[in-house]
Design a protein around this ligand. Sequence first.
Ligand code: HEM
Length: 399
Amino acid sequence: SERANPEASQAREPGKGTGGDRLFVTRYDEAVSVLLDERYSSDLRSVMTPEQRARLEANMPEEIRPLAHSILLLDPPDHTRLRKLVQPNFTARAMELLRPRIQRLVNDLLDTAERKAVERGEAVSERRMDLIEALAYPMPVTVISDLLGIPVEDRERVHGWAETLLRAEGQDAMRDERIRTSMRAFGQYLDGLFERKRREPTEDMISQMLHVQEDGDTLSHQEMVSMVFILFFAGHVTTVNLIGNGVVALLSHPEQHARFLADPAGLAKGLVEETLRYCGPVDYISTPRIAREEMELGGTHIPKGENLSLGLASANRDPARFAHPDVFDITRPDAHRNIAFGKGIHVCIGAPLARLEGQLAFETLFQRFPKLRLAVPAEEMRWGSVASLRGFNRIPVLF
Ligand code: HEM
């Protein structure tokens, strides 16, 4: 517990104190039990009085309001309704249909990296790329933009807003004028896009959601904006770091690296799962819950209204769940039991997509460039953190 003063903690306004004033759940079993227990809410409004809710809404800049309707921050029944709408896009079957497109994209991106190195006149043994810029970033961003149906010619603009929003740090970020301007521009852009797609629907998720909206009136405009926003953003940061973190982990463990090179196709799944477990993209502050009632957790008293932060990264290294948890082992038989995607009703919708993207990226990259290595010593690689996600901003490699 980070609480210095339990009495003060009980007295404080629910949902306040997103800084240090919260409980960290660091063990696997406790994290899973919270994720599976609906008495822990994802919606901090669930424990507020009507006055507190009204104050929260009033204090929220208008542009930001759609975010309060994000699927991540809702409880059933609203959560269930929204989830049903998007889930069919991420089934195993839907992923298999996507596989050839993603494979082509990975091939094209690696072709481009190679062509650029040749154009720069780099000798065969000295060809360089920044793995984030060449593959880990453009691949998932292109896939999610295609799936949503964001036209190619608009993407640069949309990515610009997304980048500004992603750099939003701290509690007051949402009041920052630059953030509000980007959010406003993004909102206005989406209004126009929805209008165009209403007139001329295309085969994509936005058109499909608009169709549902017209049909059953089950999706409000704010919910629509917020769903597009979260899907677009999840595609921007999380899978980027899965790919980046996995490549760095592999290249800095020579024995695992050699093993992988002997069978990239057979071990790609194992590499994805072990990356998620050992150095997954989500750190400790991104999975908040709030106690709807007074409870007990792992011998700790949880007052009603307590803020909890689930340490998914730490749970994934709990020695009570994973033997030798600090060892990176791509053949670990139970790596897939990691909770990097969460668990329970909010378990990541995009997990099948992220897993597929990770597998294809790892497999293709190492098959094609078996001599791939870090261009700087692994100890010099610095973790960056964007929007509570951990990864590397740059990964210079020689290939
Ligand atoms: C939810 C992690 C990729 C869309 C979540 C949650 C986690 C997570 C931990 C649960 C949060 C909670 O319980 O409060 C990750 C990781 C990813 C990834 C580690 C990549 C390696 C993606 C992708 C998409 C996506 C590619 C979309 C295409 C979502 C959505 C939710 C979610 C919509 C909300 C689900 C709900 O509240 O019911 N993700 N995610 N994620 N993720 Fe992901």
